[in-house]
Ligand binder design. Structure first.
Ligand SMILES: NC(=O)c1ccc[n+]([C@@H]2O[C@H](COP(=O)([O-])OP(=O)(O)OC[C@H]3O[C@@H](n4cnc5c(N)ncnc54)[C@H](OP(=O)(O)O)[C@@H]3O)[C@@H](O)[C@H]2O)c1
Length: 303
């Protein structure tokens, strides 16, 4: 099969379309013919050399953590997803390829209304956002400040928090402010003067902060946080302890993913794919993510 994989660590140019053996479904697994996959900053970090547990042990190494596609092979004892099932799910460092093999615990049915690109780019960031909203115990009456609200994680976090009844203030550059309003957030520009701009829209300060941006966001948020407020970061683990922020790591499960896809099916959660690249241009997908300014998600279209 073809895979957009790497034979060495480095810049986007090391991503190549390679022929590698097509994986076979083992016991409890299905093989999925991938239609689309997501890409996120983590994939770029792995490409640059971030060590990961799991994934291919030697070069060539595959990349990509989430996918959507059609089941084309069912391993012994794997139940619930016969050949032809349309699914989406996650699989560590394997998804930018024509086929992926996964345990059935890592897939859910793809809602028919979900475009393939959005479905492929859903499982990783959406589950991070869901974990973060849960860990911060966001609830009605909260005022939640989300940094990098227009990104892959922020886009879903804003919508989940707003649906819970929180007032959401989101940081983004001005070109994304209408986008944030449409998601249900009050937009503010990041950078110098952030504290004053947030105070202008939330005079009593905020009761929770979700940092999806890093770059000093935890420190700049601290003066805005109510005494009993909660702060969490999915990025800046080095700074978290010093400012009393939770270090939030994604917890993935079919139950969590299924709940999120149900929201999509009901029209209560939407995913914006701002750029999509074919598998043979996966390097350009890496470049798009590495601008640091992708809106919503970047997808890789496989078939
Ligand atoms: N801990 C975990 O388990 C976990 C899981 C997933 C992701 N992550 C991490 O979470 C972070 C966010 O991931 P992501 O996929 O959402 O990233 P992303 O989609 O690549 O983020 C892009 C967004 O960041 C915004 N942005 C850029 N600079 C900013 C700044 N200084 N302040 C506020 N917003 C800024 C951009 O908005 P503008 O274009 O408007 O500037 C853009 O919309 C990454 O660092 C990722 O590695 C952690």
């Amino acid at each position: 099969m073809k895979a957009a994989a790497i034979n060495s660590h480095g810049g986007p140019e090391v991503v190549e379309l390679l022929d590698i053996p097509t994986p076979q479904a083992g016991p409890g697994q299905v093989r999925v013919r991938v239609r689309a996959a997501g890409i996120q900053p983590f994939d770029c970090a792995v490409r640059r050399g971030l060590p990961v547990r799991g994934g291919d042990p030697d070069f060539p190494k595959r990349i990509g953590n989430d996918f959507a596609g059609v089941v084309d092979q069912v391993g012994e004892g794997a139940e619930g997803f016969p050949v032809g099932s349309e699914v989406l799910g996650w699989c560590l460092m394997a998804c930018h390829a024509e086929y992926v093999v996964v345990p059935t615990e890592q897939i859910v049915a793809k809602p028919a209304m979900m475009p393939w690109e959005a479905a492929g780019a859903f499982a990783a960031s959406a589950q991070t956002a869901s974990t973060a909203v849960e860990d911060l115990a966001v609830r009605a009456g909260d005022t939640l400040l989300v940094h990098a609200a227009a990104g892959g994680v922020g886009t879903v976090a804003v919508q989940l928090a707003a649906a819970l009844g929180a007032t959401v203030v989101g940081t983004a550059s001005p070109r994304n402010h209408d986008y944030l309003r449409a998601l249900g957030a009050v937009p503010v520009a990041y950078g110098d003067g952030l504290v004053e701009r947030v105070r202008a829209v939330a005079p009593a300060g905020v009761t929770a902060v979700l940092d999806c941006a890093g770059r000093g966001s935890l420190d700049s948020s601290a003066p805005l946080l109510a005494r009993s407020g909660r702060m969490g970061t999915v990025v800046d683990f080095d700074r978290a302890d010093a400012v009393g922020a939770l270090k939030i790591s994604t917890r993935r499960s079919a139950e969590r993913l299924g709940a999120l896809t149900d929201l999509c099916a009901r029209g209560a959660l939407r995913i914006e794919v701002s750029a999509a690249f074919p598998l043979d241009r996966a390097a350009d997908a890496h470049r798009a993510v590495e601008t640091g300014h992708a809106r919503g998600k970047v997808a890789i279209v496989v078939a």
